[in-house]
Design a protein. Structure first.
Length: 229
């Protein structure tokens, strides 16, 4: 087989190639206005690391959120990371046009691109990781860790509606509807409702879900039964 070098760019939650990102979510508070992201190259080759901050509408369930223009920047945006080395990215708030009564959600997008030519009969992969970035104003009521417990579910003829009455984003993790796992259930934005067809025909709908806190910890299970309205 002749030398083959294929560059594939795709999205995932955590980098699977040589570069490992230190975290799956990041929170910037109004008081701190910055956050650090560590990246470590565990491979034997150098990688080119390209980073940027984008809007949060790529996350399922957040497509229609009132997300302002990107108010953050990440530095350095482009650098070479040698084999076995670690570097730190810095996310800094650059704008002030953010809601003060609720969280805002953005995306930390980090691409790890192998440098140099591929070895014979080898394939090179460039991996892009998309990670959640939350901006949290001061003085919000309640606790971000308890927000997922406060979701309000209603079952109608068209399916399920979930309402988040808190100022915090809730990530739906390990969601099961009548025992069926819902893949990529996404998020529920603050002070918003989401409609789905997850339970359209059942008289009774059993919901089991968890969430993930600021540190990536999976929270305890919550179970709820709803009757069709």
């Amino acid at each position: 087989m002749r030398k083959l070098c294929i560059l594939i760019l795709f999205f995932c939650s955590v980098a699977q190639a040589g570069v490992v990102v230190g975290g799956t979510r990041f929170v910037i508070s109004e008081k701190k206005k910055s956050a650090s992201v560590s990246v470590y190259n565990r491979s034997a080759i150098a990688y080119l690391v390209n980073s940027k901050i984008t809007r949060g509408d790529i996350w399922f369930g957040n497509e229609n959120a009132q997300t302002s223009d990107v108010a953050f920047t990440i530095t350095p945006p482009l650098f070479s990371l040698a084999a076995g080395r670690e570097n730190t990215l810095r996310i800094v708030q650059t704008g002030d046009n953010l809601p003060s009564d609720r969280e805002s959600l953005y995306t930390v997008s980090i691409a790890a691109i192998p440098s140099g030519a591929a070895e014979p009969d080898k394939v090179q992969l460039a991996v892009r990781s998309n990670l959640k970035l939350f901006y949290r104003p001061s003085g919000l009521k309640g606790s971000p860790e308890d927000a997922y417990r406060q979701l309000v579910w209603r079952h109608t003829a068209g399916g399920l509606t979930v309402e988040n009455k808190t100022p915090y984003y809730v990530t739906l993790f390990n969601l099961k509807v009548n025992g069926k796992a819902i893949d990529d259930a996404g998020v529920v934005a603050p002070f918003s409702q989401r409609q789905s067809n997850w339970c359209p025909d059942k008289v009774n709908c059993q919901l089991v879900w968890q969430s993930i806190n600021d540190y990536g910890r999976v929270m305890p299970v919550v179970t709820k039964n709803t009757n069709i309205e």
